[in-house]
Design a protein around this ligand. Structure first.
Ligand code: ZN
Length: 536
């Protein structure tokens, strides 16, 4: 089906409806009282984001509501506008212009060169910094001259009520008993973040977010963050708001993984490639109750923030993994794909816990292995355009290696090695399905082909179904972990080019399986239903 002819029902069907909920039984009455206020604030961020993405969005949304076309309203809400982002931004509503490159951050008639020339005319470096800053829009004055407007003025009508709601939620949370563990409590963060909405100074609250204590049961991410909506310069940040609760079981699992050195010491590579002191990156695992603002389909399953370099320099960054969103993707996308590609006797090993635990280990394992070559350069600078694919493949395969190691040592009890391996094999097809032009897909193609070559995975020519060979997989995974890490540690670009050239080509059997996945009409992703927002 060509892009232009997709029908409205077909567009909706590409995203399976998934109920985003979480166990709230361990929350106190104060936390429960705070949540609806936070959801209300997040809904205001929805409105801000519509305004940021396109000047016509708010009026169009009103019009769609008046007409009462439920399908179009649903699609508009899913995409936060009239363009299908994963489908080359094609508009799905009649009479809508092309998606404006710079969103509504700049005058729509402004050219890149005009902005650059104008910035040069600004007298102080401070002013130039604001013009290019994350937290200002660019507008014309009555004479047509460009100027910048701070977000706290531009979106005052929506930011003020949002800040008020965040303070009210903080009032509820202030009734909680003091935290058991060190760090910032959630109400302190909410207050400083609310103040930032009014002052346009986001740095102090970014630092509060980074230092949030593990004992907080709620994990809130709210503010202007990602810059993708500004496709001209990537300068301007869009508002997003996540209402999350921490996943307690995963937090305990993370504790078990925090000893990264254990995995590093057991890596199947010579000692000269190993790190002797690894510091784990901060990771939080959460479940989503609501999201608002710059959040659309396909659903975000993880984010690493902040983006503000000054905040990163002062406080580092933090990775948030959204477990129930990953589970939704597993249920509606991964499991149906597995049914198409895995041999019947291996479907019993398919496991949602294996899927989410492997994602967690993938993030942890980015720290393992060489980040500098033996020659002292960064791996990134040596591997260049293949660095991302190899780094993603490294994290994937090292995570599978680590998973088996931890099962053997009794550090993972709820998932077996067979479940990890079989689920990994099916997951490879999910990534490759989106194409090998992107780092994750390319990295997965290399891994799948390598495992097939080594006999760790096989394909039955009669049925075109794939299996893990449980006698050979352990060695194949160790070999691939070894080969990728040595490629990284040596930093030999030619060897890496040869490796990618050899292993990235999809075989006939893989292509046939991918065709079957397409023909089966399996959703490309999920769209969220938030029961907590409907209760209000
Ligand atoms: Zn990764």
């Amino acid at each position: 089906m060509s892009v232009a002819t997709r029908s409205i029902p077909n567009r909706i069907a590409r995203f399976a409806a998934y109920e985003c909920t979480a166990d709230l039984s361990h929350l106190s009455t104060h936390e429960r009282a705070a949540i609806p206020k936070l959801v209300k604030a997040a809904k205001l961020f929805d409105q801000i984001y519509l305004r940021q993405a396109w000047s016509g969005n708010e009026a169009l949304q009103e019009k769609l509501k008046e007409k009462g076309d439920r399908d179009l309203c649903l699609l508009f809400d899913m995409y936060k506008g009239p363009w299908a982002s994963e489908d080359e931004n094609v508009p799905f509503i009649e009479g809508v212009p092309k998606r404006p490159e710079g969103g509504n951050f700049y005058p729509e008639d402004m050219k890149k060169e005009e902005f650059e020339e104008w910035v040069k005319t600004l007298s102080s470096p401070e002013e130039q910094r604001h013009a290019k800053g994350l937290y200002t829009t660019i507008r014309r004055n009555n004479d047509g001259i460009l100027g910048y407007v701070p977000y706290n003025q531009e979106y005052k009508d929506l930011l003020e009520p949002a800040a008020k709601l965040m303070h009210e939620a903080a009032d509820d949370l202030a009734q909680l008993a003091p935290l058991e563990e060190k760090g910032t409590n959630i109400q302190t963060f909410l207050r400083s973040r609310a103040d930032a909405l009014s002052s346009n100074d986001y740095l102090p609250s970014e630092l509060d977010w980074l230092s949030l204590s593990k004992s907080n049961k709620l994990e809130i991410t709210a503010g202007p963050y990602e810059v993708y909506t500004d496709a001209i310069f990537g300068y301007k940040s869009a508002y997003e708001f996540y209402v999350h609760v921490r996943d307690e079981a995963s937090s305990r699992l993370l504790e078990a993984f925090s000893d990264l050195q254990f995995v590093e010491d057991h890596l199947p590579i010579p000692d000269k490639y190993k790190n002797d002191k690894l510091i784990p990156a901060p990771i939080v695992v959460v479940n989503q109750l609501f999201s608002g603002g710059d959040v659309a389909v396909p659903m975000t399953a993880a984010y690493n923030l902040p983006n503000d370099e000054e905040a990163v320099k002062k406080g580092g960054s933090k990775l948030v993994l959204i477990k129930n969103v990953q589970e939704g993707k597993f249920k509606h996308v991964m499991a149906p794909i597995a049914e198409q590609v895995l041999a019947k006797d291996q479907l019993q090993y398919l496991s949602a816990d294996a899927f989410t635990t492997h994602i967690l280990l993938h993030e942890v394992c980015h720290s393992n292995g060489p980040h500098h070559t033996l020659g002292g350069d960064t791996v990134r600078s040596k591997l260049q355009e293949h660095h991302s694919a190899l780094e993603e493949a490294k994290a994937d395969i090292a995570a599978l290696f680590a998973a088996h190691l931890m099962v053997e040592k009794g550090k993972i009890e709820n998932v077996t090695s067979r479940q990890f391996w079989a689920t990994f094999l099916a997951a490879a097809f999910r990534s490759i399905r989106f194409g090998i032009q992107e780092a994750h897909g390319l990295g997965q193609a290399c891994q799948l082909n390598y495992l097939l070559e080594k006999g760790g995975a096989t394909c039955d020519p009669a049925t075109n179904l794939f299996s893990v060979d449980f006698d050979k997989i352990e060695q194949a995974v160790a070999d691939l972990t070894h080969d990728i890490m040595v490629l990284q540690g040596d930093g030999d670009k030619k060897a890496v080019d040869d490796f990618v050239e050899k292993y990235s080509k999809l075989g006939h059997e893989t292509k046939k399986a991918l065709d079957r996945i397409e023909e089966a009409g399996i959703p490309v992703d999920i769209r969220p239903i938030y029961p907590i927002a409907e209760e209000q």
